[in-house]
Design a protein around this ligand. Structure first.
Ligand code: JFZ
Length: 401
């Protein structure tokens, strides 16, 4: 059976956006590009295809080390790792036989990046996931859809025939290769606008899912495989980017979010989120039964920025002490209190352990936890083990903190 247990237990994963766009890093001809996401460079600046493809000759990330990335994810407390095998530009981070537009053939670097990362994931017991842009592909093989900056004639919607050629000759064969070569635990597909509906139809969606099912008995598929009408057959729901819902879902689910604004490395994106916000995002989703897939945009030289590393390590320090309140927990049985969030763990024997994440609370005062019935065995501060006095109240308990 295709189990999602590992996914829901994991709660926390790393997302990576990395490709040809990571060298220009949000700047083109000396100016900041119009689109806020650095990976949108080609469309944002209306770069003619042959000129964009020349970026491959500059792609030589001498600082790339697969173990370093995976260890950084592991030390942050992440349990899985999802990378852009091919983003909208159509360039592949593995030596695909389907098109020469790939790291093996078109760059001086030549190494199989996905291969190196898949091995590192195995070595460090991290699950591998692959993002694949099935809808938009700007290589010029028929998938040249662009959902923004449509004024550029070169990127106007292809004909149905052209798209079908791309679908049969590039998209499906590459997805097959990804599964056969790297045996991923999940595939992360990406649609988000009504423009996709014309091309990623119900039929194509089911065709893609059956291909995945036929080749792998473990690989999970996310709901962004289709906009508005994802199949019953998808394994987990991906919410919109950086959107932390107010309620959970009936299927396993996750939110992907950024450290700053752009997904891919952007040298002029200075809007870094504080670590506290990132940890709260993780806890918010866990308290509703969901995951958090936090993105890093490595630089063109293959390294993470210092601002990314510091945040990952700060989260890791928090997780080393508080991981128990996140991994393998379930949603709060008591809703959303005004002072923070709650996660829960069933201990068997009719016992439940609640983890109270206090975000907005004055030490020295008492906290009322509404809705708790039965007797409370004990209460402690998770980090220090300090006991906390518990008193019964009307319809709940008082905690003296
Ligand atoms: C898409 C991509 O275009 C982007 O480059 C990145 O890969 C991201 C993870 O996914 O972008 C989106 C998709 C959905 C929304 C915003 C950006 N959305 O619904 O808010």
């Amino acid at each position: 059976m295709r189990s999602t247990d590992w996914f829901t237990d994991a709660r926390f994963g790393m997302f990576i956006h990395w490709g040809l766009y990571s060298n220009p890093a949000g700047v083109w001809q000396g100016r900041k590009i119009k689109h806020p996401y650095a990976e949108w460079l080609q469309a944002s600046e209306h770069i003619p295809r042959p000129q964009y493809k020349e970026l491959a000759r500059e792609f030589n990330p001498e600082g790339f080390n697969a173990d370093e990335w995976i260890c950084e994810a592991k030390n942050a407390g992440m349990k899985y790792f999802v990378i852009t095998s091919k983003h909208h530009d159509g360039f592949a981070l593995w030596p695909t036989k389907v098109s020469g537009y790939n790291v093996g053939e078109a760059t001086p670097f030549k190494q199989d990046i996905l291969g190196a990362l898949a091995e590192a994931c195995r070595r460090h017991d991290i699950k591998l996931g692959l993002y694949y842009s099935h809808w938009q592909d700007w290589e010029g093989t028929g998938g040249d859809i662009c959902s923004v900056h449509m004024e550029n004639e070169e990127y106007v919607h292809p004909t149905e025939e052209a798209f079908q050629r791309y679908w049969q000759k590039k998209c499906l064969p590459q997805v097959r290769e990804l599964i056969e070569n790297y045996d991923p635990h999940l595939l992360w597909f990406d649609t988000w606008s009504k423009h996709s509906l014309k091309f990623i139809t119900r039929e194509r969606q089911e065709e893609l899912i059956s291909l995945v099912r036929q080749l792998s008995n473990k690989c999970l598929v996310n709901s962004r495989i289709q906009f508005l009408d994802p199949s019953e057959n998808v394994d987990f729901i991906s919410t919109m980017d950086n959107s932390f819902p107010e309620e959970g879902f009936s299927k396993p689910w996750e939110t992907s979010g950024t450290l700053n604004h752009s997904w891919a490395y952007h040298s002029m994106d200075y809007g870094w989120r504080p670590t506290r916000e990132l940890i709260q995002n993780l806890v918010k989703n866990a308290s509703l039964g969901g995951n958090y897939q936090l993105n890093v945009g490595p630089m063109g030289n293959g390294r993470f920025q210092e601002s990314a590393i510091r945040r990952l390590r700060e989260i890791g320090n928090w997780m080393r002490v508080h991981g128990e309140s996140v991994y393998g927990t379930t949603a709060s049985p008591l809703g959303k209190p005004p002072w923070g969030r709650i996660t829960s763990r069933c201990l068997g024997n009719h016992q439940t352990r609640l983890y109270l994440h206090l975000w907005d609370f004055t030490p020295g005062t008492a906290l009322f936890l509404e809705g708790v019935s039965g007797s409370v065995a004990d209460a402690i501060v998770l980090e220090t083990g300090q006991p906390i006095k518990v008193e019964n109240g009307l319809g709940g308990i008082w905690l003296q903190i």
